[in-house]
Design a protein around this ligand. Sequence first.
Ligand SMILES: Cc1cc2nc3c(=O)[nH]c(=O)nc-3n(C[C@H](O)[C@H](O)[C@H](O)COP(=O)(O)OP(=O)(O)OC[C@H]3O[C@@H](n4cnc5c(N)ncnc54)[C@H](O)[C@@H]3O)c2cc1C
Length: 404
Amino acid sequence: MARVTDPPEAEELAETARTFMDEVVIPEERAHAGGTGVSEGTIRKLRAAARDYGIYAPQIGEEWGGMGLDFRTVLPTFEEAGRSLLGAPAMRVDAPDEGNMHTIELAGTELQKEQYLRPLVEGEIRSGFSMTEPGPGAGSDPKMIRTTAEKDGDEWVIDGHKWWTTQGLEADVLLVFARTDQDVHPYEGCSMFLVPADAPGVDVVRNIPHLGGGGRTGHAEIKYENVRVPEEHLLGGEGDGFKLTQQRLGPARLTHCMRYSGMAMRSLGIAKAYISDREAFGSPLAEKQALRHRIADAEMRVHAARTMVRNAAELIAAGDEARVEVAMSKVFTANVVGEAVDLAVQCCGGNGIARDLPLADFYESVRPFRIVDGADEVHRRSIARAAFEDVPMDELEPVVRYGD
Ligand SMILES: Cc1cc2nc3c(=O)[nH]c(=O)nc-3n(C[C@H](O)[C@H](O)[C@H](O)COP(=O)(O)OP(=O)(O)OC[C@H]3O[C@@H](n4cnc5c(N)ncnc54)[C@H](O)[C@@H]3O)c2cc1C
């Protein structure tokens, strides 16, 4: 396996995470045939074990119940967590709570952090991030936001229709993205609110049936009708919605990449073990050049993805937004991991789609990654814009043909 380099503290933490995954999480996954539908009791048990191993909520500040480690240090631990669908919830590095905790830690008041961040870290409550809308509203283009929040005395009144709010049905608190000023560009006229899920007017219409459904976390369609929240429930400043979203989504896209890289590595590991053991046409399948080259390609591409993610994470840890590097990592990793899991399914034959192995769940889990947090095309659009606009045309080398 190609090696990547991580700081010593990061390697040490990842080693602990790997031991925890091997000794606790993967046996639990096997006991529950993949673990997609495990009870909250099982998750609580895994979290208690993660605390015992010293690997719980490493990304959150110590004062809020985490381990206070920076983004770069936790990177390989997030990869380890991704080796099983139970790893991230066990270590409390699971989406969408992980991104929401990050946002509240970044922009919340002390009161908001006490009310929501602390119990989120503890695992006592769950959260959703409500941005995407049906119909002509916000989707790939979030500027098209139609949900509004209007000030009425010392309250905000929220009206809108959202869907694809992950964990919306189970959430205790929803981070709702709404337009607060119609007279300025949406980038300056949107804000984020902390909305208790039991506030009058919050109507969870349904969980959207989807590929890979049946897990502990669904994706909800939610109507917000005349929902009133006190002004203290504004998260960050008024008009800071897009800035906050960018601060949430940049790192959240990378943490998705980290977890999915772990999924790719485990999938390839299972595939290599299977084809080394299984024989056909006079020799182990692992000796067939047709498979060996495909495994080699997958290893190269996963290595490249992990290296790109480290580069983007280092920029973010140094205070840069790293928009282009995050976009590149996101598109590349989503495709590379999808291909790696698909290859692992193919290598394992019928067993690849059997629910006896984690590969079938992985296969269903990874496909949405090319859409969620910005579809491939949307990130390519940003990458292309930077490619064309970052260097002024008059600074590009002119096209001079030999002989001209
Ligand atoms: C599993 C899952 C979980 C999600 N969780 C959340 C959540 O917690 N909170 C939340 O707010 N949202 C969530 N989403 C929504 C997600 O962010 C959106 O699905 C995504 O941003 C794409 O928006 P859309 O579905 O509206 O696609 P649309 O905007 O309808 O676009 C459809 C397709 O058009 C193509 N396209 C778009 N723009 C361009 C372009 N410029 N050029 C060429 N092609 C283009 C892309 O292929 C895209 O997939 C989730 C989605 C999924 C699938």
